[in-house]
Design a protein around this ligand. Sequence first.
Ligand code: 6GU
Length: 224
Amino acid sequence: MNIDIISVAPELLDSPFAHSIMKRAKEKKLLQIQVHNLRNWAINKHGQIDDYQYGGGAGMVMMCEPLVNAIEALQQQKKFDEIIFMTPDGEPFTQQKANQLSLKENILIICGHYKGIDERIREHYVTLEISIGDYVLSGGELAAAVVVDAIGRIIPGVLNDETSALTDSFQDNLLAPPVYTRPANFKGWQVPDVLLQGDTKKIEDWRLEQSIIRTEKKRPNLLK
Ligand code: 6GU
């Protein structure tokens, strides 16, 4: 899978993909991430990519021309299955959406800044708008990092058996059950007996029961 990202702050995206599972995905060539600096397509030598909004009001708007030139330059190289705009007014991001996107071949992500991007880009190029929650970030980069991480770790072949995504919270609309590691007794706090007895069927039943209890308690809406 290829993910191209257009950003005015590419440095923000250096670190998130350089570790652990994301790093492995890249090393295994299952995921290729390329971050492109929008200023490469600035309209003048001052690096301008934004301008005042028509009708007045505070905040700059990212202009059509640099974005169109960036998008079209990348479209020369690849046919994108999805052109995603990261925006707080987008569709709420979920595990289900991550699952769907992990099956695509080429994705382009546009990170907004300032007051957003000229509406005409959303009308004529963007195929999907994503928000990562009901709060406002200063730019789309951190949100894009969240989305790419969630997608990248479930690309087939990225996780090994040990870290299988099938047991994640949300995969079946249930939160994951509690987990424990050694020692079995720490300061008198005991690990539940069932986990120590090696009966895999019993353990499986216990985990499902705990998942349901936990979901009822913390996120009852998921059960509806
Ligand atoms: Cl995708 N972008 C920004 N700027 N803020 C957000 C967001 C995205 N999702 C939630 N807040």
